[in-house]
Design a protein around this ligand. Structure first.
Ligand code: SF4
Ligand code: SF4
Length: 109
């Protein structure tokens, strides 16, 4: 499912039906409610319910233990590791800002 976002980015999200084990973790973590469960007769699995609402953040990738979610942003496949690395970078930036602020407060006193 390919769709264009307002910012001009192209996001595509697919659930690999062969791999999905129907745990529902991705459904729970997506704040935009893009994903939903498909309760089938033989087995449950996740489905992309509202593809246009996906912002390509990759949060759902981080909770899928079987790598059943295939996300591409601007035609580049996003991996779990990329999402974790981005998250780590954000934490370091926040930590840096806090340390800087503490340093400034101490210097002013
Ligand atoms: S987290 Fe993965 S295995 Fe679990 S429902 Fe979502 S796609 Fe399927
Ligand atoms: S990439 Fe983000 S917005 Fe899209 S389905 Fe996953 S968690 Fe939801």
């Amino acid at each position: 499912m390919l769709h264009k976002k307002k910012e001009g980015r192209t996001v595509s999200l697919e659930i690999n039906k062969e791999k999905c084990k129907g745990c529902g973790e991705c459904v729970d973590i997506c704040r935009r409610k893009v994903l939903d469960m498909d309760y089938g007769l033989d087995r449950d699995m996740a489905k992309v319910a509202y593809p246009n609402d996906c912002i390509g953040c990759g949060k759902c990738l981080t909770v899928c233990s079987v790598e059943a979610i295939e996300l591409t942003v601007d035609h580049a496949r996003i991996s779990q590791n990329q999402v974790f690395a981005k998250r780590k970078k954000k934490v370091w930036v926040i930590a840096g800002i806090i340390i800087l602020l503490i340093g400034m407060i101490i210097a002013c006193n």
